[in-house]
Write a protein of this length. Structure first.
Length: 84
């Protein structure tokens, strides 16, 4: 019987201590408005999964989409300003 074994070393995060660095925390903090807006959009969409969307639901989803776009625009402008 022939044994099958991996020919490559395993890729693990053994060298990482599991804590985010200060740079990573700053990046998360900068993206937090976008993350919140996306969660709000997802919540609005989830509410309409098991029933037809009412006019109020449609407005809520539309507003949430606008917030996501505004947050993306703001984040893009911030990152573009840092790169310049």
């Amino acid at each position: 019987m022939k044994h099958i074994a991996a020919l490559q070393n395993l890729v693990t995060a053994a060298s990482l201590d599991g804590k985010p660095s200060a740079v990573e925390l700053d990046a998360i903090e900068a993206e937090m408005p976008l993350i919140r807006a996306e969660v709000e959009l997802l919540d609005a969409q989830i509410m309409t999964l098991d029933r037809p969307a009412s006019e109020l639901d449609e407005r809520r989803i539309r507003r949430a989409r606008r917030r996501v776009l505004a947050a993306r625009r703001t984040l893009a402008n911030i990152t573009a300003g840092k790169a310049a």
